[in-house]
Design a protein around this ligand. Structure first.
Ligand SMILES: *Cc1c(COP(=O)(O)O)cnc(C)c1O
Length: 460
């Protein structure tokens, strides 16, 4: 750029007062637009972009400022399409809430509520009152408490019933979940001492019985959420463990991870113990997540014997781990759906996806193909694929599913996957057999047009 152009760069003030400048201020605030014009002028001086004519300076700087502002004001947490087939994808926000919870969620967020107010007495109430009855009814529990997440639930339980004493855990259940949650570390951070029993593949009732002594405060059973030990194995089930716990006068704590409230065997998934079964088999305290298979918001749910739960409510830690009013609203509305099993399967996206039949998925794949058909330069085809449950449920289990495989001439599978990730609404797919697959198990019908739009964007 020549010298004369540099001396003609308009002032920030002049740019602000132009018609385009005023339009930006109306949209992005005065201070941000000032910042954006300063950045644009600096970038021009540094040669990051160039302008051919003096007459084009103002427009070019305004365009540059607008790009800066749009980026600055774009939300960091943004909508994505989960085309991976992993139903409970922790990196993509786990369970989507049921649209049915919207009204309660909106009320909790934008209106005053009886969050901690007792409408009958006109005095102080408890935020936990809203969830306890429904949780007890659904699980057959005596009492219930909900905290920030399941990791918090396990810490609170251990801190309350086992602080400064021993917690007995099988070596086959020393689980790590996503790196930040490791049973040995959580036990230690809760001020307890870990007493490992058995071996990696086999733990017998005797191993527990021998390990329990004066210093023992609890037995902890942990769901091996993200791995499966197969072959020459033995674990002690909840009923047997409960008997050993009773004999030794310690509570049995069961960290179930996902926490199923309904048995999904009739939909072709393998047997997983439900929360009700665990309590009925004698577990004293059961903890599970709100946003895994349950299909609700992030939360850690604790059910079990009243004496323990009452002690947890009085624990100072509970205040630090407490749930927000929006969580309570969304969780209460989600839990109420469980009164009707047909409703739960239809209305909770996580469960609808997990139980979708292959025939329904084939139909959905067909509809997606039809939506994409007008985009002639993308080649699309329905293929068989495998979905996963994810989120620490049904480890190692693959469910037959259908996907639409996409390829675009001149783009490798990796390049196409990256382009899909960079679309206005990012699409996260999986790559199998060197092609991008969109697994329709985790895609909803109202997302088809968005996918078509993204492909048009990519093809320019
Ligand atoms: C997922 C999981 C947790 C952690 O639950 P968050 O709700 O993510 O805190 C703890 N224990 C087990 C067995 C799990 O599967």
């Amino acid at each position: 750029m020549d010298k004369q152009l540099f001396t003609s760069i308009p002032s920030v003030n002049a740019l602000l007062q132009s018609e385009a400048g005023l339009a930006l201020i109306a949209r992005f605030s005065h201070a941000s637009v000032v910042e954006a014009f300063r950045v644009a002028i600096d970038r021009l001086r540094q040669g990051a972009f160039s302008v051919a004519h003096v007459d084009d300076l103002a427009a070019a700087l305004t365009g540059e400022a607008q790009v800066f502002l749009v980026e600055k004001f774009a939300p960091s947490l943004t909508r994505c399409i989960n085309a991976t087939g992993t139903v409970i994808h922790t990196n993509l926000g786990r369970s989507k809430l049921s649209p049915i919870v919207l009204e309660e969620l909106t009320n909790a967020a934008f209106a005053n509520t009886n969050l901690e107010y007792n409408l009958a007495s006109g005095g102080r109430g408890s935020r936990y009152q809203h969830l306890e009855a429904v949780l007890c009814e659904l699980t057959g529990s005596e009492a219930a408490l909900v905290v920030n997440n399941n990791a918090a639930a396990v810490m609170l339980v251990l801190d309350t019933v086992a602080k400064a004493r021993e917690v007995v855990v099988s070596r086959g259940e020393l689980v790590e979940i996503g790196g930040s949650f490791r049973i040995p570390d959580i036990v230690e951070r809760s001020g307890c001492c870990l007493k490992e029993v058995g071996t990696t593949n086999k733990t017998h009732p005797d191993d527990y019985a021998r390990a329990l002594g004066d210093q023992s405060a609890a037995i902890l059973k942990v769901h091996t959420s993200n791995y499966k030990i197969s072959g020459f194995t033995k674990e002690v089930d909840v009923a047997e463990l409960a008997a050993i716990a009773r004999e030794n006068n310690v509570p049995l704590i069961h960290d179930m991870g996902s926490g199923m409230l309904i048995d999904l065997q009739k939909f072709g998934l393998p047997y997983e113990m439900t929360v009700q079964d665990s309590l009925a088999s004698g577990a004293d305290i059961v903890t599970f997540s709100g946003d895994k298979v349950l299909g609700g918001p992030q939360a850690g749910i604790i059910v079990g014997k009243k004496t323990y739960i009452e002690a947890m409510k009085k624990n100072q830690l509970t205040r630090a781990l407490r749930v927000d009013k929006m969580t309570i609203a969304a969780l209460e509305a989600t839990l109420r759906l469980y009164y009707d099993e047909a409703l739960v399967l239809a209305e909770i996206p996580t469960l609808a996806m997990l139980t979708a039949s292959l025939a329904a998925l084939e139909l959905r794949a067909d509809q997606l193909i039809k939506t994409l058909a007008p985009i002639s330069s993308a080649s699309v085809e329905i293929v068989d694929t495998q979905s996963q449950v994810g989120g620490g449920a049904y480890p190692g289990e693959e469910i037959a599913s259908k996907a639409v495989a996409i390829s675009i001439a001149g783009l490798s599978a990796n390049e196409l996957a990256e382009a899909l990730r960079r679309a206005s609404v990012p699409i996260i797919c999986k790559i199998r057999h060197n092609r991008c697959e969109l697994d329709v198990r985790t895609i909803e019908a109202d997302e088809f047009d968005v996918i078509a739009e993204a492909l048009r964007e990519i093809l320019g």
